[in-house]
Design a protein around this ligand. Structure first.
Ligand code: SF4
Ligand code: SF4
Length: 410
């Protein structure tokens, strides 16, 4: 089997196909710390793409409460068990983090390396029951102390958090590798992974071998379907942005302003081309504030998460890899530039390709972890594909006081 370089693992790994880098890659950063679990993203996606007969159980975007929730139920635990069986105790990381291997080197088996002869990856088909309850265990906490004790940072003893999930439009998609009909392809122009509905015969190998369980089978058409990355919007064919690439529906609708989506340039070897003024590159590669979900699966997912800072670290390290402690430290005491870039989430429907920070006055000095942290009212400017300014926001958010006569009205 060919060998490809997976920068998230810091090493080569086996994959069904040779590496073929797209020019641009669809990518996103989700800030878990800000999610309300309002499910607006879920309904924005459903009301756009999966409202038809036969799609009743399709939730291409879902938000689940961890650790107990999951859609389908137990998707992560089951796949973790499969790679654990292949190399017991092997899900460990070593080596020294470097610029091309920021999390060190993964020592265990990926889903591809754990596969038995004749399969491209390990996987399983969820049962009908596991697909029935998209928001099971919402807000159910783990309680290691009496609930009455309350909570305190840095880690809560009673905890849960919301995990927002879409297809990761992976660099090495397991769904694509698994398909015996070669019906799944990754677009050269943006890295979005699609299922060709004319070629699909509904064998469900993609459902079986995607570790994130994001392809879903549609019984009435006997084909599988999955998140299409709102590609008409990303292509700029929505009239609202007059031809400019546009964020997906789930990103653009988020009231918690937790999501930032865009496109990053990719080098020949599959790593992200150096582009420190691209907000996604900046957050993922420069600051390493956001981390991939279960990088050990080996598909090189392209949705990155700013981990929740109150959750016990061992759980987070298993979920996001060894970069968790540094990412949380960087989020708790964000650099001056990061404070500005974090303001770009959900302020524009147009995709922001680059940004610039204009210095403003110092407005506060606060104490974080016993050390002072300066806050500046800098201005961050977001630019579109062709270098045009599309948004300008300040670190200090505007405040509006409701006039006394409207206090109890909306
Ligand atoms: S819309 Fe945003 S805040 Fe609401 S559940 Fe989705 S990701 Fe969370
Ligand atoms: S998340 Fe699953 S469905 Fe999406 S590209 Fe990766 S392997 Fe394919």
């Amino acid at each position: 089997m060919p060998s490809v370089y997976n920068w998230q693992l810091g090493r080569e790994m086996t994959y069904r196909f040779d590496h073929a880098a797209p020019q641009w890659q669809f990518a996103a950063v989700f800030n878990i710390n800000r999610c309300l679990a309002c499910q607006t993203c879920t309904m924005a996606c459903k009301s756009t793409w999966t409202f038809s007969e036969g799609q009743e159980y399709m939730w291409w975007n879902n938000v689940e409460t961890k650790p107990y929730g999951g859609y389908p139920q137990h998707w992560d635990v089951k796949t973790l068990e499969l790679i654990e069986q292949a190399k017991p105790g092997g899900q460990t990381w070593g080596g020294n983090p470097a610029s091309d291997a920021p999390y060190g080197t993964y020592g265990g088996s990926t889903i591809f390396e754990a596969a038995s002869l004749g399969n491209v990856a390990v996987g399983y088909l969820p049962t009908d029951e596991e697909w029935t309850s998209p928001n099971i265990h919402e807000d159910s906490p783990v309680a290691t102390t009496a609930l009455s004790e309350g909570v305190s940072l840095p880690e809560h003893q009673t905890w849960f958090f919301y995990l927002q999930r879409i297809c990761n439009h992976c660099t090495y998609p397991a769904c694509l590798a698994a398909c015996p009909r070669n019906a799944i392809y990754k677009r050269e122009e943006d890295g979005i992974v699609l299922i060709d509905q004319d070629r699909c015969r509904g064998y469900r190998k993609c459902v079986e071998q995607c570790p994130y369980k994001k392809p879903m089978y549609r019984a009435d058409t006997r084909t599988s379907e999955k998140c299409i990355g709102c590609y008409p919007r990303v292509e700029g064919s929505d009239p609202l942005t007059e031809g400019l690439p546009m964020e997906t529906r789930c990103m653009a609708s988020c009231p918690g302003q937790i999501r930032l989506q865009g496109l990053v340039r990719v080098d020949e070897d599959g790593t992200w081309a150096e582009d420190p003024d691209n907000p996604l590159y900046y957050l993922v590669r420069e600051e390493q504030l956001a981390l991939p979900l279960y990088p050990q699966f080996g598909t090189a997912p392209n949705v990155y998460y700013i981990p929740p800072r109150w959750v016990p670290r061992p759980y987070l390290r298993q979920m996001f890899g060894p970069g968790v402690d540094d990412a949380i430290a960087a989020y708790e005491r964000p650099s001056r530039r990061a404070q500005a870039v974090l303001q770009l989430f959900r302020v524009s429907q147009s995709i922001i390709f680059s940004f610039e920070v204009i210095d403003g006055p110092k407005i506060a000095e606060i104490n974080v972890g016993g050390r002072p942290l300066e806050i500046f009212d800098d201005t961050v400017v977001g630019y579109g594909r062709d270098g045009e300014e599309i948004v300008r926001v300040n670190v200090r958010e505007p405040q509006y006081e409701r006039p006394i006569q409207y206090l109890n009205t909306i």
